[in-house]
Design a protein around this ligand. Structure first.
Ligand SMILES: C[S@@+](CC[C@H](N)C(=O)[O-])C[C@H]1O[C@@H](n2cnc3c(N)ncnc32)[C@H](O)[C@@H]1O
Length: 261
């Protein structure tokens, strides 16, 4: 069985958790790549943009390219060269100005009307200090009154009985003897969690991928924003701007930079 984090041939360790072998599958149709999912996000981002925008962790340009295709000037910061290499293949992608770097520290030239970080990627930064750095770096790129938007899921802690730390999210046995089991494992003290994916092929060979994350509650993100000189402007349950409630499974939150940032 292939174990945790082992790179496939051709993967560059500098690309982190999104090397060539992941980038090659990232744009598979459906799910977050479905046209209606992308359009829902791009509609909101276009509406909030009032000039150039910057996407942290821009990936393969899933959102950035269609936003640029609508005429919004889009820049991006991305850790993985393998992911970023795919942006220019998409309509609008040629216009996206990409810098390879870490969104906790990397600066690009200019002041933006909107910085955004979508698809749960704040959780890829696995320490509280690192997540605060993301907020600080976003604020540093905003002009006064500029906006920082984060889309992120909420951890499924209500499904954790006392004494248990693991929540399965899929068990999909294949008819041919293969299968896929996925589970999240939480450390509720540090708020670190791992997403675990066990895939078994029909010939009995398998792969175990264990990817680290850190969750932060909306209130904690509000405090990070305040540390960075921003305050909450919107919190929606989804891109449709529906009300955020106790039953929400994710949120789209927008903070506004003060005149001092
Ligand atoms: C789930 S993908 C999201 C990509 C894109 N934003 C989207 O919505 O499709 C996460 C991306 O974040 C990038 N990433 C993770 N940590 C990063 C960091 N500290 N700085 C910059 N990019 C990072 C990964 O390389 C990957 O491309």
């Amino acid at each position: 069985m292939t174990v945790i984090g082992e790179a496939d041939a051709g993967d560059d360790p500098a690309d982190g958790w999104f090397p060539e072998s992941v980038a090659a599958r990232y744009d598979t149709p459906g799910g977050a790549n479905a046209p209606e999912a992308v359009t829902a996000a791009v509609d909101v981002l276009e509406d909030l943009a009032d000039g150039p925008v910057l996407e942290f962790a821009v990936g393969t340009g899933r959102v950035a390219a269609p936003l640029a295709a609508r005429g919004v000037p889009v820049s991006g910061i991305e850790l993985s060269r393998a992911m970023a290499a795919r942006i220019a293949d998409k309509p609008g992608g040629d216009a996206v100005d990409v810098t390879i770097g870490d969104m906790t520290t990397t600066r690009v030239a200019g002041r933006f009307s909107l910085v955004y970080l979508v698809f749960n990627t704040i959780d890829n930064v696995t320490t509280q200090d690192g997540q605060v750095d993301v907020f600080r770096n976003a604020a540093a790129h905003l002009r006064p009154g500029g906006l920082f938007l984060v889309e992120v899921g909420l951890p499924d802690l209500r499904r954790l009985p006392p004494g248990q730390d693991t929540v399965p999210f899929t068990v999909a046995p294949g008819v041919d003897g293969g299968g896929y089991v996925g589970f999240d494992q939480y450390d509720v003290v540090t708020q670190e969690f791992t997403s675990n994916h066990v895939t078994v092929s029909p010939d009995g060979t398998g792969r175990f991928r264990r990817i680290p994350f850190r969750y932060a509650w909306p209130a904690e993100l509000d405090l990070m924003a305040r540390i960075a000189g921003m305050s909450l402007k919107h919190r929606w349950a989804d891109w449709d701007r529906s009300e955020f409630t106790a039953e929400s499974t994710k949120h789209v939150s927008v903070w506004e930079a003060g005149s001092s940032t």
